[in-house]
Design a protein around this ligand. Structure first.
Ligand SMILES: NC(=O)c1ccc[n+]([C@@H]2O[C@H](COP(=O)([O-])OP(=O)(O)OC[C@H]3O[C@@H](n4cnc5c(N)ncnc54)[C@H](OP(=O)(O)O)[C@@H]3O)[C@@H](O)[C@H]2O)c1
Length: 344
């Protein structure tokens, strides 16, 4: 049995569900991969909890604390109030950093420094956090390469939909002529509701009421979340060193119910599409509301769904979609990445 010692930073929506799935899948992971996952340390805004034995921290106790609205630093004996993720990485002997803290697009912190520190220590990294990758993808990928460890982040793009894995693994010998995707669930929900007759304001309020849209929806409705995902796709799949300034971005605030009505009369559907089109040796990268024919596969990607298409030179046209109503598929993508650290 191979033991993998994990440091988990962030036990929010995704981190808590990851702990649940690790417990649920423990027998399967042991039987199928001979792999036992151990939580060597966990970190949140309260500080950290460090395991004292090889058995690691008890996931159900951590979950109990978080469900009660408490921090991991309150764990009896093992809690370390105020201990930073960097101190945890300095002190704890572990194999994989699982970085699930909040996305910060200003400076990437605390995830960026933690990922750098883990890679420098020769740990593999699994993350769902877009911030560090959007800001520093080439640097982090190079650090992982030179340390001969893995940096896996399939959950950063379209949650549970394996967009990156399809591109990296299954289309590895292809040239991607074009990528198109409905990669932001919130805007897709709003546009889908507007297509049913709601105004933009009504659809946004509904999305906020059900917890799908943030109180400040700027990142989603102005197209930046989709652009962040396109930046990661461009770096990871198109092998194009890319930052946000390379993407032309237009959000959905200007789309009206009348626009959608008119589109419908012409047999079209409006979606916020993230697109990479080959232009000579380079790619043109855009995020914008786009009129699609009703027969276009992404036209059927409705509320609660995301979908992507790769148009390739030798692998044909590959379409994939997901229906995702909670963070479990994202947590499952993180678990898959942890397993994949040990595959190949
Ligand atoms: N939710 C999804 O469906 C989804 C999908 C794809 C990607 N993601 C990405 O996955 C990551 C986690 O998402 P989430 O929904 O789980 O976020 P969340 O619920 O806001 O949880 C964030 C976690 O990070 C912790 N944290 C914040 N600052 C920290 C610091 N300085 N040091 C240590 N821990 C810190 C928080 O601690 P406290 O618990 O003490 O507040 C919390 O546990 C984000 O980057 C998000 O963009 C999420």
């Amino acid at each position: 049995m191979r033991k993998s010692r994990l440091v988990i930073i962030g036990l929010g929506n995704v981190g808590r569900r990851l702990l649940e799935l690790m417990e649920l899948k423990r027998p399967l992971l042991q039987e199928r991969f001979g792999l036992e996952l151990v939580v060597a340390a966990a970190s949140d805004t309260s500080g950290a909890a460090l395991a004292s034995t090889d058995a690691g921290l008890d996931a159900s106790v951590l979950l109990g604390l978080k469900r009660a609205g408490q921090g991991v630093a309150l764990l009896p004996d093992r809690g370390r109030p105020g201990m930073s993720p960097l101190d945890v990485l300095r002190l704890v002997d572990a194999d994989v950093l699982v970085e699930l803290s909040l996305t910060n697009l200003k400076d990437g912190e605390p995830g960026l420094s933690a990922i750098r520190a883990a890679l420098a220590r020769g740990m593999s990294v699994v993350t769902a956090n877009k911030g560090p990758l959007v800001l520093a993808y080439p640097e982090l990928a190079e650090r992982a390469r030179s340390q001969r460890v893995k940096l896996l982040h399939s959950a950063t793009v379209t949650g549970g939909l394996p967009t990156l894995n399809i591109g990296q693994r299954d289309l590895g010998a292809a040239v991607i002529e074009e990528f198109e995707g409905v990669v932001n669930g919130t805007t897709n929900y709003i546009l889908s509701r507007m297509a049913e007759g709601q105004s933009y304001a009504e659809a946004l309020k509904h999305a906020q009421d059900i917890g799908m849209a943030e109180a400040d929806p700027t990142l989603d409705v102005d197209g930046w979340d989709a652009a962040n995902k396109l930046v990661i796709i461009a770096n990871a799949i198109l092998r194009r060193p890319t930052t946000l300034k390379d993407v032309t971005v237009e959000g959905i605030r200007g789309v009206t119910a009348q626009d959608l009505q008119k589109a419908r009369e012409h047999g079209k559907v409006v979606k916020l599409i993230a697109r990479a089109e080959k232009a000579g040796e380079d790619y043109r990268l855009t995020v914008r509301p786009t009129h699609l024919d009703k027969t276009h596969p992404l036209a059927d990607v409705g509320a609660g769904m995301m979908g992507i298409i790769y148009h390739t030179d030798i692998n044909g046209t590959v379409f994939a979609s997901i229906e995702e109503h909670d963070p479990y598929p994202t947590a499952a993508a993180v678990l898959r990445d942890i397993v994949n650290v040990y595959r190949d």
